[in-house]
Write a protein that binds this ligand. Structure first.
Ligand code: SF4
Length: 247
């Protein structure tokens, strides 16, 4: 189907969201709580856009709004920019320590008098880490407490038995809020230390042993190359293809 985004006709597929279609067409819509491998949450509301459907206009979260034939979308209007600026000011006030929030704060020209209450805090409570961990089948972290005390944590802030140290939560976090350190083959995340597997080809540490065991149990085919890091796996594949082509 065809939809119009910022005056440009683009292709969209039934069942996808406005954000998905716009991104595929190279149109930028800002997001924080969105990751392409997870369903949209509509949580941070930064991806708000204006939709005109047969003359009826509404402001919607593009990460959850399904595309419809013939709609016209505007990704930036004075109203939308104001909504985004207000969201950014609130999130920056909560998570002043996040470099991403600081950058957005400046980019959107937010007034400097909008307060910095938590200079050390980086988490914007977007929940994407919790979702990613659930998707993996671990559910080692969750949002706990309420109001200003709300935060992401493992149960009782202790090392969670179900955490496999994969680091996915840290990688998907848009605000750089989850601390993960790696030193001499030991990864530490969420108060738990994990011995890492060294690649049998290049020797670099690439995954925790628990993660490899978890992946192998879920995807038996993974076991075939589970002693290689991702780069070496790709290289080995390319070498095999090159040999195949030259024969
Ligand atoms: S490191 Fe632990 S908490 Fe983070 S996504 Fe992996 S299993 Fe979940």
């Amino acid at each position: 189907m065809k939809i119009i985004v910022d005056g440009k006709e683009i292709d969209a597929v039934l069942g996808e969201t406005l954000l998905g279609a716009a991104r595929r067409a190279g149109i930028h819509i800002p997001t924080l709580c969105y990751h392409e491998s997870l369903e949209g949450q509509g949580r941070c509301r930064l991806c708000m856009v204006e939709v005109n459907e047969g003359g009826r206009k509404e402001v919607v979260a593009s990460c959850t709004y399904p595309v419809k034939e013939g709609i016209e979308v505007t990704t930036s209007t004075p109203v939308i920019d104001k909504i985004r600026r207000n969201i950014i000011m609130l999130l920056y006030k909560r998570a002043t320590g996040s470099p991403v929030m600081r950058q957005l704060f400046q980019e959107y020209g937010c007034p400097q008098n909008s307060l910095q209450e938590n200079p050390e805090e980086r988490c914007i409570l977007c929940n994407i880490c919790v979702r990613a961990c659930e998707e993996l089948g671990s559910s080692a972290i969750s949002l706990i407490m309420r109001g200003t005390q709300k935060r992401v944590a493992t149960p009782y802030d202790e090392a969670a038995a179900v955490c496999i140290g994969c680091g996915t939560c840290a990688r998907v976090c848009p605000a750089g809020a989850i601390e993960m350190t790696e030193k001499e083959g030991i990864r530490v995340i969420w108060n738990k230390a994990f011995a890492m597997q060294a690649c049998s080809r290049c020797g670099s540490y690439y995954a925790s042993r628990e993660e490899i065991a978890h992946l192998t149990a879920r995807k038996p085919e993974y076991v075939i190359q589970s002693d290689l890091c991702e780069d070496c796996r790709k290289r080995m594949m390319a070498e095999k293809i090159a040999v195949f082509v030259s024969e």
